[in-house]
Design a protein around this ligand. Structure first.
Ligand code: SF4
Ligand code: SF4
Length: 199
């Protein structure tokens, strides 16, 4: 079955004298090249020139902290299950006494890694997270020379307490509206839930 009408039957016929000179073919090739000199280029001079990104561009992930600076991720593994590229791996650990300020819940990710070479930036991890812990941001992933460097651990993914990552640019009006509905809130700690049940 022909997918396009551009296919040509290969012929083994003898070349004519003009064809054996190759000049007409070279000239026609040069004409194509010259024609492109006067056309608007399809490419830009990156990084000197940067095209505007979409408001909902999905770039490098961040693992968020809560309002008290504790890591939100509770190592439930839902993001890893949802990831179609199997890019996320983690090791869970139990919070010990005295670590309440570091980790929001009793369980946390001692190791959390994303393989950026596997990631297709689909955003499914963000959608799956019940703790509003992982988000994709408008930051670009850096380039590296070795594959190992593309495995981002917590040292890169967890936001700094002093310099939180602003996600408001990626939030659409619909998301902002949704967050006003307390009845849909899914970002609760066990303590919050226990309090709600008591009332
Ligand atoms: S953005 Fe998609 S591919 Fe990348 S880690 Fe998240 S779920 Fe996996
Ligand atoms: S980022 Fe969210 S979904 Fe992934 S393990 Fe942490 S809490 Fe669970």
């Amino acid at each position: 079955m022909a997918l396009t009408n551009r296919s040509k039957v290969v012929s083994n016929k003898e070349m004519t004298f003009m064809e054996s000179l190759y000049l007409p073919a070279i000239f026609s090739g040069m004409m194509i090249t010259i024609k492109h000199l006067f056309r608007k280029p399809a490419t830009i001079k990156y990084p000197e020139q940067i095209r505007p990104f979409s408001g909902i561009y999905r770039g490098q992930h961040v693992l968020k902290r809560d309002e008290n600076g504790a890591e939100r991720c509770t190592a439930c593994g839902l993001c890893a299950v949802a990831c179609p590229a199997e890019a996320i791996t983690m090791t869970a650990a139990e919070r010990v006494k005295g670590e309440e300020g570091l980790y929001r819940e009793e369980k946390y990710a001692a190791v959390y890694e994303i393989n950026m070479l596997r990631c297709i930036f689909c955003g499914d991890c963000e959608e799956a997270c019940p703790k509003e812990a992982i988000f994709l941001t408008d930051r670009k992933v850096d380039s590296f020379y070795t594959r190992k460097e593309f495995i981002f651990g917590k040292d890169i993914l967890v936001e700094s307490s002093n310099n939180p990552i602003d996600l408001s640019k990626r939030e659409t009006e619909q998301v902002k509206e949704f967050k006003h509905h307390k009845e849909f809130a899914h970002n609760q700690t066990y303590a919050d839930k226990a309090k709600a049940i008591k009332h």
